[in-house]
Write a protein that binds this ligand. Structure first.
Ligand SMILES: Nc1ncnc2c1ncn2[C@@H]1O[C@H](COP(=O)(O)OP(=O)(O)OP(=O)(O)O)[C@@H](O)[C@H]1O
Ligand SMILES: [Mg+2]
Ligand SMILES: [Mg+2]
Length: 613
């Protein structure tokens, strides 16, 4: 078999009007099988589905013209790059679904239908109505902790012996992270299979009134397709944004619903009071379907409880998990806030097991009155979710990255509390923020001096004047001070769906650093207690990374008027920043550098990806 990229193939050369698959298999150089091409007939857009139809139309093993052979010869794909390019093609297709429209807006995009109307129509096109109704779903909304709660549920129910499907958002490195089967990211092969099936079927049916779905709607439909076809026992579904009008809210009959902690986020879409936000999240509750939440501010709780009463929902508030219930095990997701998420997950899983008739079967004879069943303990201590309170030791051991994709005020506080306690727990901690003289340092490893560095970026819809002070103050309240802050643009963009294959060129640099300079200005103002950057002082475009002494440069050397900042720096390239930090620890063996990467999940994903290679 020979493989060719259909992107390079002009359909008319092989005698069809268009090609569905982006990659074609040819039995030999001079013939082609229409079945492999998934071709459409010459008259127009009708797709040939069956082998019989293909033969009837005389497409089988048609001879190729020499022009076609020549063209395809120049595009023969090797085995290695075939896989990658097929996957990249899917990513390109997905990226084409990203609209410039604001996320979560339920108003009609075009034509006469609302978002949920359109979702129902996509579901119908894909024949998924019945399969979705048959899924045993756990549906989770909330401002923070949705993903973690879902990951705990996934691990617990897997440990109880069920085949699980988990749909979360966003992803960090590869879009497949959003779809897990039995605890693992869906395989590339399966992903591509379901992806093209949904893509092609939708493409064939789009009209002016029903265009292709925007990205998140497509991914949601795809998740249902995957979970239905893979016959999972339980589908755990994280809401994308809000609840009432979220595309996941086509779920009509979940087994149980959860609402994680509520706070102020996405106010431009959900409203700028906690009541309004809570009312969106309460939109996932369904008549008489049990629901659970965690302690909330009263404005939010009143709304949730009110809605639950209207719908006759058995509604319970669960307290954060008592650590002693873990019987010496540790929660696998760190940070105090995870005890709240874990408790919610435990309640959701118990309820799911009861409602599906499995609790009795599994735990009839177990001593579970006051104790968590063993599979629950195993689940709570093995659940994983990358980029949330994750610690990665770089190869040298003296460069440690602390990742947390916090980007809202509440999560920034949770992140700061976690980071402060994590750096204190790290071995041989002796944290100082100024450069000690060599004489003070022994040769012994245990005398290493730890320095905390912040590597930060956030999207420009976020408010750094609220996020950065929360970070600094919360850390300071437990005695953690950042020696330096580095502001760097992220590489991955909201406008492009990434895959693990998307290479990051080492020399990549951003030309526009206006936003990073703004972040730096906010930072310097926090550190110095006043705005020290005069409007007239010119910010120089950094040609490269700062000199190494920057890391241990004394803060008193700060001279903003000359464009010299001793507390912070802006760097135009993330790969360069990582290499620079690596060089620093190599050349300064008396230091251990602890870098908190936060503010943006894009930044977190980019750094994780850079460290992997
Ligand atoms: N219970 C909680 N209370 C406060 N902050 C939390 C809580 N759980 C998680 N966080 C913070 O929110 C971040 C994201 O966690 P998680 O992915 O579980 O939430 P999410 O609701 O799925 O977030 P996203 O809006 O990014 O989808 C964490 O990195 C942490 O900083
Ligand atoms: Mg969110
Ligand atoms: Mg999430």
């Amino acid at each position: 078999m020979l493989k060719y990229k259909a992107l390079f193939l002009r359909p008319e050369l092989v005698g069809v009007s268009s090609l569905y698959k982006r990659e074609c298999l040819f039995p030999s150089k001079f013939t082609w099988a229409a079945s492999c091409l998934n071709a459409v007939d010459l008259t127009g857009t009708k797709r040939l589905h069956s082998q019989g139809e293909i033969e009837q139309k005389g497409f089988r093993d048609r001879k190729l013209s020499s022009e076609a052979v020549e063209l395809m010869d120049s595009n023969t794909m090797t085995e290695e790059n075939t896989r990658q390019s097929t996957y990249d093609t899917a990513m390109e297709a997905l990226s084409s679904l990203i609209t410039s429209k604001k996320r979560g807006d339920g108003s009609p995009v075009s034509g006469k239908y609302t978002k949920l109307d359109r979702m129902s129509m996509y579901i119908k096109i894909l024949n998924l109505e019945e399969p979705i109704a048959g899924l045993k779903i756990i549906h989770v909304a909330g401002t923070k902790g949705k993903g973690s709660t879902c990951a705990f549920c996934d691990a617990i129910l897997r440990e109880c012996g069920f085949r699980t499907g988990l749909f979360t958002s966003p992803h960090l490195i590869d879009v497949r992270e959003r779809f897990r089967l039995d605890g693992l990211d869906i395989s590339e092969e399966k992903f591509l299979h379901y992806f093209w099936e949904c893509w092609n079927q939708l493409k064939e049916n789009v009209t002016d009134d029903l265009p292709m779905p925007p990205l998140f709607q497509f991914l949601t439909v795809l998740a249902f397709k995957i979970f239905a076809c893979e016959k999972v026992d339980v589908a755990i579904i994280e809401v994308g944004l809000g609840g009432t009008r979220d595309s996941t809210n086509i779920i009509k009959n979940p087994i149980v619903c959860g609402v994680s902690p509520l706070g102020m986020d996405h106010t431009e879409i959900l409203g700028d009071t906690l009541e309004q936000i809570a009312s969106h999240k309460a939109g996932i509750l369904k008549p008489q379907v049990p629901a659970f939440t965690v302690p909330q501010l009263s404005e939010a709780m009143n709304v949730l409880q009110g809605r639950a009463r209207e719908l006759m929902v058995p509604f319970e508030v669960v307290a954060p998990l008592d650590g002693t219930k873990l019987k010496g095990n540790q929660l696998s997701l760190s940070g105090d806030h995870q005890f709240t998420n874990a408790a919610l997950a435990v309640a959701l899983c118990k309820s799911w097991l009861w409602s599906t008739g499995n609790w009795e079967k599994l735990f009839k004879h177990a001593d579970v009155e006051d104790n968590l069943p063993k599979p629950f303990l195993r689940g709570l201590s093995t659940a994983r979710l990358s980029g949330r309170a994750q610690i990665v030791h770089d190869s040298s051991g003296d460069l440690v990255f602390y990742f947390d994709g916090a980007h809202s005020p509440e999560s920034m506080e949770a992140c700061a509390r976690w980071f402060s306690s994590a750096v204190k727990d790290s071995p041989n901690q002796s944290s100082i923020s100024s450069f000690p003289s060599k004489l003070q340092l022994g040769k012994n490893e245990s005398d290493k001096v730890s320095k905390q560095i912040l590597l930060f970026n956030c999207m420009d819809v976020r408010d750094p004047e609220s996020l950065l002070p929360i970070l600094v103050d919360t850390c300071a309240s437990s005695g953690t001070y950042f020696a330096k802050a580095i502001f760097v643009p992220s590489i991955s963009k909201y406008s492009k769906v990434t895959s693990a294959y998307t290479a990051i060129p080492l020399e990549i640099r951003s030309k526009d650093l206006t936003w990073q300079f703004k972040l730096q200005r906010v930072w310097e103002k926090i550190i110095h207690g006043k705005d020290i950057v005069s409007n007239s002082s010119e910010t120089k475009f950094p040609e490269s990374t700062p000199p190494q002494r920057f890391i241990h440069d004394d803060v008193s050397n700060c001279s903003p008027a000359d464009g010299h900042f001793a507390c912070s720096t802006v760097v135009s390239s993330l790969p360069m920043t990582i290499n620079w930090l690596r060089d620093y620890v190599k050349q300064n063996p008396s230091f251990r550098i602890q870098v908190l990467v936060t503010g943006s999940l894009h930044l977190v994903g980019d750094v994780l990806k850079l460290l992997r290679r």
